[in-house]
Design a protein around this ligand. Structure first.
Ligand code: PLP
Length: 435
């Protein structure tokens, strides 16, 4: 993290009196963050890349790239298993990353933190193991209507096996959860509520506190899909009091194919294991197997120990950009971008912005009348801008808003207001070409 500290120390060398120079302060903090991301230096189609698909996957900062390179080229031996120094070093990095995750989400103990291959794997783990243990015919799992497919299909599969049902907490027209209906959703057949902290389509920060309180009043546990949430806001799983929390490494500046499942010990201890294999066992005979204590009970087989180790530099990076002056500048920049984008999109004739409500992260899904989302994205690509288009793995959200696809521009702290302005200029050009 030395590199970052050096940049951060140079924050706003352009002025002494911050009161009169918020523009340069923001510029400087964001530029310093950008320097950590070599991928942002590339050109696409002859134009400087403007990367606005961060909700799908984020770019990687140098400390993450460096660690992965160092491990691949030297600190590489299987974890937990061997009595030699290289394996100890790899294990220390892997377990060190677990401790970093524990601190980052304020989990009580390392036993609460399971490494998985991503949010999808984490939710599948809970859906399979929780339903196996606690769900019976006629029971119900409640999910929120803004869910990604990975918070829908695992529950359908698990409920299908048990003769149980999935019930949906609907959305209002502005994309917020319809909390008036929550009470009616919850009855004695509900076994778990699986809720999205921030939807990858709507970008709204959902009222989790209220949902968790209501569910817990009925002794119903809550799983939170934090794939987008953990990237944009501090997460304290003890304060939130969720029972499970799932997120992915690659969206929070870490390696692809890595993820986290936080779980309260009660559930993790009572549920059966997910996969069987090496590392998750106590003793094995042909007749009977006992399981390893947490967290290894849920980590069968050789994990992606290099990818998982990158959680440490990735989360240290996030911690740094949320702290002190840099944190303030990042927050100001994101606010400025969000206000600008909402205003600018509204001003485009025929533009519909989905999830146009307060408490919004800098994520904008939209359509423009008379233009296909895919065509807009292709034209923007020609101008160097990477945005997402299509269903965004959330077909029911598309259906709710009467469309089959949307364009999505999702910003990270390394994106600038100038990039937002360039996006809007290019969007206007694209719309003119398509109409
Ligand atoms: N949940 C949400 C809200 C997401 O945005 C995503 C990915 O876009 C996922 C779950 C699935 O994440 P992954 O593909 O990393 O498992």
């Amino acid at each position: 993290m030395k590199l970052f500290t050096t940049f951060a120390a140079n924050l706003c060398f352009l002025c002494v009196n911050r009161k009169h120079c918020s523009y340069f302060c923001i510029m400087n903090a964001i530029e310093n963050i950008r320097k950590l991301f070599p991928a942002l230096e590339q050109e696409m189609n002859g134009k400087k890349l403007v990367y606005l698909d961060n909700a799908a996957t984020s770019q990687k900062p140098l400390p993450v790239i460096g660690l992965i390179e160092r491990m691949n080229s030297g600190i590489n031996a299987n974890v937990h298993r061997a009595m030699y120094r290289l394996s100890d070093e790899t294990t220390a990095l892997y377990e060190g990353a677990r401790e970093e995750v524990r601190k980052f989400i304020n989990a009580p103990e390392r036993e609460n933190v399971i490494f998985t291959s991503g949010t999808t794997a984490s939710i599948n783990l809970v859906a399979t193991c929780f339903c196996e243990r606690y769900v019976n015919e006629g029971d119900v799992i409640v999910i929120t209507a803004d869910s990604h497919h990975s918070n829908i299909v695992p529950w359908q599969l698990a409920c299908g096996r048990k003769g149980a049902h999935v019930r949906i907490l609907p959305l209002k027209d502005n994309g917020e959860w319809d909390m008036d209906q929550l009470q009616d959703m919850i009855d004695r057949r509900v076994r778990l509520v699986a809720a999205t902290q921030i939807s990858n389509v709507l970008g709204l920060i959902n009222p989790l506190d209220e949902l968790i309180l209501t569910a817990h009043r009925h002794d119903i546990p809550v799983l939170v899909d934090g794939a987008q949430g953990v990237v944009h806001m501090p997460v304290d799983v003890q304060e939130m009091d969720c029972d499970f929390y799932a997120f992915s490494g690659h969206k929070i500046y870490g390696a692809t194919g890595t993820g986290i499942l936080y779980g309260k010990k009660k559930w993790l201890e009572e549920m059966p294991p997910y996969m069987g294999g090496g590392d998750m066992v106590g003793t094995v005979t042909f007749e009977r197997t006992t399981y390893a204590p947490l967290p290894l009970k849920y980590e069968a087989g050789t994990p992606d120990f290099i990818g998982a180790s990158s959680f440490k530099p990735a989360l240290e990076f996030v911690g740094n950009i949320r702290e002190g002056e840099t944190g303030k500048e990042v927050a100001r920049s994101e606010k400025e971008i969000t206000e600008y984008m909402r205003r600018a999109l509204r001003e485009i004739d025929g533009c519909i912005l989905y999830g146009d409500a307060e408490n919004k992260i800098p994520l904008f899904s939209f359509n423009v009348e008379g233009c296909h989302a895919g065509d807009i994205a292709q034209l923007l690509d020609k101008m160097g801008i990477a945005v997402r288009s299509g269903m965004m793995c959330a077909e029911p959200v598309m259906t709710r808003f009467g469309t089959t696809s949307m364009v999505r521009a999702s910003f990270a702290p390394y994106n600038t207001l100038q990039e937002a302005q360039y996006l809007i200029d290019c969007l206007k050009k694209a719309v003119k070409m398509l109409r």
